[in-house]
Each structure stands twice: as structure tokens, then as C-alpha cells.
Design a protein around this ligand. Structure first.
Ligand SMILES: [Zn+2]
Ligand SMILES: [Zn+2]
Length: 177
């Protein structure tokens, strides 16, 4: 049935339906005891569809998408922003989505953190603070992004302080002064 569904409609058209199904399952989960049977058949259909459709799901960088929305809002006129703010709900909106993410290798992160010895490999200053366990806080960044085909290897990763890390993602490219 699932195969027929995905072949008839086309997998891309099914993704939004699958997303709302995921939301529905979460909703049912909040009344777990009453709908267990219904839920489990729905859930197995959901999981089968998810498996079929996962190859076409896109990897997204939510931070970068949101940063673009902010840039668009800043570029808008003050009156447009004021109008939208006046109409906006004060309650934060939620949405369900199916996102394909990279599962990073924890050994790569561990090796890079050990290599850095608590010093940012970008600006060479010490990590800005320590975690509760006393370890130095640095973030491991892929020099060539995984989304661009970069490898999840020690050679393609550096440990950065939060400032340097944000700059790599959101700052000007090095030669654009
Ligand atoms: Zn740094
Ligand atoms: Zn990064």
C-alpha cells in the first residue's frame, strides 16, 4: 500500500502529509491510554512512510534560514514591521517538520577537542568558560560543511570558541573586506 501511495502521488507531495501525520501522532500520544491500538497502526504506517521518503528529505540549517528571515525583516520598512508585530501572536508558533540531519561522529569531536587543549584553533585564545565538569567549552566546526560534501573527519574539523564559530557561519568570508 505504501509503495503504491508513494508511486502514485510522488514522494515529494507526500512529505507535507507525512509531517502533519507526525503532528497527529504526537497529539494522540498526549492521550496515550485511550487510543493505543489506533496509534500503533498509525505509527507503523508513519514509520514505513518515513523510511521510504527519507532519501528525498533535505538537510537544512535552521539557524541560517532564520538569519535570512531576520535580514529580510531588517531590510523591510519600519511601518511594515510595526504592522506585522501588531498582528503577531504573542504565543510562539510551533510546527512539525521532517528534517534530515547529519549524525556526527563523536570520536571526531573528541579528538579535535583533545587536540585543541582548551584553546580556540581560530583566534588562539583560551576557551571562554568551563563546563560544569571542568572541561573547556569549545565547539567543533567542519571546515568544509558536511552539507557541501565535507567529510566528518579530524582533518576537516577545528575547535572554535563560540565567537569564532559564529563568525565562520555568519561573518564575511575571509577575503571580502
Ligand atoms: Zn576563537
Ligand atoms: Zn560550524
Amino acid at each position: 500500500m505504501v509503495t503504491q501511495l508513494t508511486d502514485d502521488i510522488g514522494p515529494a507531495a507526500l512529505l507535507p502529509a507525512l509531517q502533519s501525520m507526525g503532528g497527529h501522532i504526537e497529539y494522540l500520544d498526549s492521550f496515550a491510554s485511550t487510543t493505543l491500538a489506533k496509534q500503533s497502526s498509525l505509527r507503523s504506517l508513519y514509520e514505513e512512510l518515513l523510511l521510504r521518503l527519507s532519501p528525498i528529505a533535505k538537510t537544512t540549517d535552521e539557524d541560517e534560514i532564520f538569519a535570512q528571515w531576520v535580514a529580510d525583516a531588517i531590510a523591510d520598512s519600519a511601518s511594515e514591521r510595526a504592522k506585522r508585530l501588531a498582528d503577531a501572536s504573542p504565543l510562539p508558533q510551533t510546527r512539525h517538520q521532517i528534517v534530515k540531519t547529519f549524525r556526527r561522529n563523536p570520536d571526531v569531536v573528541a579528538e579535535v577537542l583533545l587536540r585543541a587543549k582548551g584553546v580556540c584553533e581560530g583566534c588562539r585564545t583560551p576557551a571562554p568558560f568551563q563546563r560544569p565538569d571542568g572541561s573547556f567549552y569549545l565547539e567543533v566546526h567542519h571546515v568544509k560543511r558536511l552539507a557541501d560534501g565535507g567529510h566528518d573527519t579530524v582533518d576537516n574539523a577545528i575547535a572554535l570558541c563560540p565567537n569564532c564559530h559564529r563568525e565562520r557561519h555568519f561573518g564575511r568570508p575571509p577575503n571580502s573586506a
